[in-house]
Design a binder for this molecule. Structure first.
Ligand code: MG
Length: 255
């Protein structure tokens, strides 16, 4: 069931997502060789408290009985696609591709966004992966308009990624977001134009392309959370929470 949001609710979601965007920006400034992903998680926790928000990911379970996510933020490095678990033993190195995926609850509503970037100098092909993934997200957002269908977003993301020679992960998809972190509809990063749910005013969706340099398949690590590329290739992930309004898409998680 898709929950449409009022303009007042969208304003609250904007505030939630502003906290997410500010925290991501702060964390990005802290990423350098020698910093552990556990330290970054600590900073994320401090920002949640400072902004009087609540943690969204810590304790989250995929299904009843599954391992709760143990941290405030997902930090996925290099071949890790999503849901990397921060650790004080995991030290960021020069040349790493870092993806930060963060969410909060504020005034009853979730904010959710992700960003990826390289630490120091990297090969042009890595820059191309990052540039393509962020541009694929923008392409998807452009189609998040009243009257379009969900498949228009999915096809725009997939088309941009594949034209640039990269692949789109199928196992994980974007989602509706609101009073719950994951609401209907699922928002795949692959699909066919003019198919799927008709987009209506008041829908809020998280569009989040996960793009691999090699094959699209992923495998799960034994920690029950971390998804890695099957072929060990690098992966990038960008995400924005977007409200669909009559005058066009409103990106809630932009700084
Ligand atoms: Mg998300």
């Amino acid at each position: 069931m898709i929950f449409l949001k009022s303009l007042e609710e969208i304003e609250i979601m904007r505030a939630a997502n502003r906290i997410v965007a500010e925290t991501l920006s702060e964390l990005r400034g802290c990423v350098r060789p020698g910093v552990s992903t556990g330290e970054l998680d600590g900073i994320a926790g401090e920002w949640i408290a400072k902004k009087k928000a609540k943690t969204a990911f810590k304790g989250y379970t995929i299904r009843n009985g599954s391992v709760p996510f143990p941290a405030h933020i997902c930090i996925s490095l290099n071949n890790e696609v999503v849901h990397g678990i921060p650790s004080h033993q995991r030290i960021i190195q020069d040349g790493d591709v870092v993806s930060l995926d963060f969410g909060v609850v504020y005034d009853g509503f979730y904010g959710d966004a992700a960003v990826s970037f390289a630490v120091g100098e990297v090969d042009p092909s890595v820059q191309q992966l990052l540039k393509t993934t962020t541009a694929a997200l923008e392409a998807g957002i452009c189609h998040a308009c009243v009257g379009n269908r969900l498949g228009d977003i999915s096809a725009a993301v997939q088309g941009h990624v594949e034209r640039n020679g990269f692949s789109v992960v199928r196992e994980f998809v974007g989602h509706g977001v609101g009073r719950r972190l994951h609401e209907d509809p699922p928002v795949p990063n692959y699909g066919v134009r003019n198919r799927g749910v008709r987009l209506r005013e008041g829908m809020v969706i998280a569009i989040e392309p996960m793009v691999n340099m090699g094959v699209p398949e992923v495998t799960m690590l034994e920690d029950g959370w971390t998804a890695v590329t099957k072929d060990g290739s690098l992966s990038a992930h960008f995400e924005h929470s977007v409200a669909i309004l009559t005058d066009g898409p409103l990106v809630l998680s932009k700084m």
